[in-house]
Write a protein that binds this ligand. Structure first.
Ligand SMILES: [Zn+2]
Length: 126
């Protein structure tokens, strides 16, 4: 075990060994996530799992506790969380640009609409 806290923390989904990056080969059992599902699980067992601003990973305390008492059959995952990670990975940037547009409309479009309404209101009350 290295001294000092790592910048990031993730667990091997097979044996629970701690490592720095979620998508890295395990130094203990040699497992490396290759399928989308394994990568999604690896992300869920890390501090790096965030989807559209919502945190889906575990806390460092949870990861450390899980690492010391790792279940023999491997970690279990909520299908809901797995689906969310997979959907996020597959949609790529499409979702974020759509979300960006929605944000733009919300933050620019609505005030603009309000301005136009105020303008019309003033114009017709003159
Ligand atoms: Zn391992």
């Amino acid at each position: 075990m290295k001294r000092g806290l790592p910048m990031s923390l993730s667990l091997c989904i097979r044996c629970g060994t701690q490592r720095d990056r979620p998508i890295a080969r395990c130094t203990k059992c040699g497992f490396a996530p290759t399928t989308d599902e394994d990568k999604a699980k690896s992300l869920l067992l890390s501090l790096d799992c965030e989807i559209d601003g919502e945190y889906r990973g575990r806390t460092k305390e949870e990861l450390l506790a899980l690492s010391t008492s790792f279940p023999a059959g491997g970690a279990t995952f909520e299908q809901r969380d797995l689906d969310a990670v997979l959907a996020h990975a597959r949609s790529g940037s499409a979702i974020s640009s759509r979300k960006l547009l929605a944000d733009l409309v919300r933050w620019v479009g609505l005030p603009l609409l309000a301005l136009v309404l105020v303008f019309l209101l003033l114009h017709f009350t003159e």
